[in-house]
Ligand binder design. Structure first.
Ligand SMILES: Cc1cc2nc3c(=O)[nH]c(=O)nc-3n(C[C@H](O)[C@H](O)[C@H](O)COP(=O)(O)OP(=O)(O)OC[C@H]3O[C@@H](n4cnc5c(N)ncnc54)[C@H](O)[C@@H]3O)c2cc1C
Length: 644
């Protein structure tokens, strides 16, 4: 075993193998993978092996399409048979809303370059003769979908990585991670230590344990998942061709051909989280869970209605296995805040659709300093301290049970809410606010008319929010509106080197004392990472305002660029409340409650100063998002008010 390596990838499932391959593909050959048992010994070996190009996030969909192209590449490099069946896939719609959503999806796929077309019930029946298409309105056919052998795919990626110079140590368990003062790592295994620059947590079912070795909380939970395999079905034996991969979105099930029978998987409504605190080390390799037939019975019945001959074929095998979910079902990838050179690559719920895309993005991040595209939907830093274990279990359960639920742009899911509330929450609730959730915080979206229920009805069209929001906009244009801005991220940056640091961090010029400027954050490539509001409070003291849901993402960036500067960066987002007022009457409103001169001469656009508002010491900034006259008021809501 090597004693030194540039990278140690922990975990030899489909994801770890894909990371190892992509590091070599992008030019890093001094890399190793450590696997406690054999390759595929976690969730990977018992997966159904289906892969899809469809994803609601276009950036993730692009990466999925790339990932599918990698299978052919590694088959050629390694000579390993992947058991690839490029059958094409059809997502079917049995309701008019779903049909509309598929048509929308089709249009989107055209834009991002995924080759798909809409098919009617007749064509679906000819491609999949075992389906009852009586109530099917249509489907979306994607040629670049199918299924493969999970073991073959993992081995092919691993062999291709070896050809690129990587080494793989099987039956070697990582037992601890020791962070050195220079940022490098000692990976302690039961076969000896490896010193490395970077560690990648691709430990799948055990990612939480490997996180804990470095003091990192990984917000994932394994969920039990069933599929069954049938005996032979005459219609399939006689069929000239292979069935496509079918996603029955309204029936919440998927189906593919397995020999002359089928594999039918279901996402049941009464889902079961598994091993919610930690995954036993003695699980894996060839273990499966006891099937819970009672739990999946009604989902199966729906499957049998859609595919009647499946019910008659006889069940040859039922598989119940665990795989991990983050609260929103997306992977958790990227550098982890506070632990230099520790990379997350876990929570990959659809390893065969996403493994190589995720691995490409992570490898680019490690090697080039940033991934090629926008992967925020998968960034581990989209979660913060609010994503506790209990939160994760509730959200993962909700996601699993709604895996194929038709989602509208204005959907707000209810699980694990309220988590955090602002100081104004009760008043907003009394005023009939409709709330959404952002970074765990309840945020008011709009106000329902008095007497009506404060609920937004999900829709692809104009929702019931349309008219009330119209009135709110008119009020801001013609008089004044008030917004709870507590969800804004608020950072204080100060210290002897604050100016040098801020000047390096932000691409724009820094404001004078008492003034405000926009501060663009740029990536090494020149792409925009963020555009924040920079307020200068004193010669060496700044307050920076950004989007609340990007707190961890921005804090990581701020901390990564401190260098030798003597500077303190404090995230005050949870401590400070904010109210934004905007509209032509906002100055009059503020004049009624604030001390001091608010005239244009005394307090021009983009200026900031401390001011008492009512009896509270506040920081008042003159700016607004609306284009109208406006102010943002920052205040510490604690009992002992702090002067900002
Ligand atoms: C029933 C079922 C059906 C599925 N069907 C599909 C499907 O059709 N399509 C699809 O895309 N996905 C499917 N999945 C999901 C898929 O299995 C996962 O997305 C994928 O396997 C995750 O891979 P991974 O590499 O992240 O994790 P894992 O497969 O869990 O791999 C982690 C590896 O890390 C190793 N490891 C952990 N800790 C250590 C340590 N300390 N030291 C050394 N090694 C360590 C483990 O031994 C293991 O081999 C299915 C899952 C289930 C349960």
């Amino acid at each position: 075993m090597k004693e030194h390596s540039r990278v140690v990838v922990i975990g030899g499932g489909i994801v770890g193998a894909a990371v190892l391959y992509h590091l070599t593909k992008l030019g890093w050959s001094d890399v190793v993978l450590v696997e406690r048992k054999q390759l595929t010994a976690g969730s990977t070996w018992h997966a159904a092996g289906g892969f899809h190009a469809m994803n609601s996030d276009p950036n993730v969909a692009r990466l999925q399409a790339y990932g599918i192209s990698v299978y052919k590449e590694v088959e050629e490099i390694s000579g390993q048979d992947l058991g690839m069946h490029l059958t094409g896939g059809i997502s079917i719609a049995a309701t008019s809303e779903r049909w509309e959503a598929l048509r929308y999806e089709h249009a989107r796929q055209k834009v991002i370059g995924i080759d798909s077309h809409l098919v009617g019930p007749g064509e679906i029946k000819s491609l999949c003769p075992i389906m009852d298409t009586e109530d099917v309105i249509g489907g979306l056919y994607i040629g670049n979908e199918g299924h493969l052998d999970p073991n073959g795919a993992t081995q092919a990626l691993a062999k291709s990585a070896r050809k690129g110079g990587a080494e793989i140590y099987l039956n070697t368990k990582v037992e601890d991670l020791v962070h050195k003062s220079d940022g490098s790592w000692t990976v302690v295994t039961d076969k000896g230590n490896i010193h490395c620059e970077h560690v990648v947590n691709a430990a799948g079912l055990w990612a939480r344990e490997v996180g804990r070795m470095a003091g990192v909380h990984v917000p994932i939970v394994p969920m039990e998942h069933h599929y069954l395999i049938t005996g032979d079905i005459d219609e399939i034996t006689e069929f000239d061709g292979e069935l496509p991969l079918i996603l029955d979105l309204d029936g919440e099930m998927y189906l593919r051909q397995e020999r002359n029978g089928v594999l039918l998987g279901v996402y049941e409504k009464n889902s079961t989280p598994w091993s919610v605190d930690s995954t036993p080390w003695d699980y894996g390799e060839s273990d499966l869970l006891e099937p819970r037939m009672d739990n999946i019975e009604s989902a199966l019945m729906q499957g049998f209605e859609r595919f009647p001959s499946v019910a008659e074929a006889g069940i040859r095998r039922v598989v119940n296995g665990p795989f991990t979910f983050a609260p929103d079902g997306n992977p958790l990838i990227g550098p982890v805040r506070g632990v230099q050179n520790y990379w997350s690559c876990c929570g990959v719920m659809a390893g065969f659709s996403q493994g190589s895309g995720v691995a490409l993005a992570l490898s680019q991040w490690m090697i080039d300093g940033e991934p090629e595209g926008d992967v925020f939907a998968m960034d581990v830093n989209r979660f913060g301290a609010f994503a506790t274990n209990a939160y994760t279990v509730e959200k993962a359960k909700e996601f699993y049970e709604n895996r194929f639920t038709l989602l509208c742009p204005n959907d707000e899911w209810p699980a694990a809410r309220p988590n955090k509330v602002s100081a104004f929450h009760d008043r907003l609730q009394k005023a009939n606010a409709v709330f959404g959730s952002s970074y765990g915080l309840e945020v008011p979206l709009w106000f329902a008319p008095k007497g009506s229920s404060p609920v937004e009805i999900p829709s692809f069209r104009r929702s019931n929010a349309h008219d009330p929001v119209g009135e709110e906009c008119r009020a801001v244009r013609e008089s004044v509106g008030i917004l709870d801005g507590s969800s804004f991220a608020k950072y204080e940056i100060f210290g002897p080197d604050a100016v040098a640091y801020m000047d390096y961090l932000f691409a724009g010029r820094l404001p004078e004392i008492g003034r405000i400027r926009m501060g663009p954050l740029l990536l090494p490539s020149g792409h925009l990472k963020g555009d924040l509001t920079v307020m200068r409070r004193a010669a060496d003291k700044f307050m920076v305002i950004g989007s609340g849901y990007l707190q961890e993402f921005h804090m990581l960036w701020f901390e990564q660029h401190v260098g030798g500067n003597k500077v303190r960066i404090v995230n005050r987002s949870d401590e400070l409340s904010a109210i934004a007022i905007a509209g032509p009457a906002s100055r009059d409103l503020l004049n009624r409650v604030a001390s001091g001169d608010l005239s244009n001469e005394s307090m021009p656009f983009m200026s900031v100063r401390p001011m008492d508002v009512g009896i509270a010491p506040c920081l008042v900034a003159r700016l607004s998002f609306t284009g109208e006259l406006g102010y943002e008021i920052y205040v510490s809501p604690g009992l002992r008010a702090r002067r900002l």
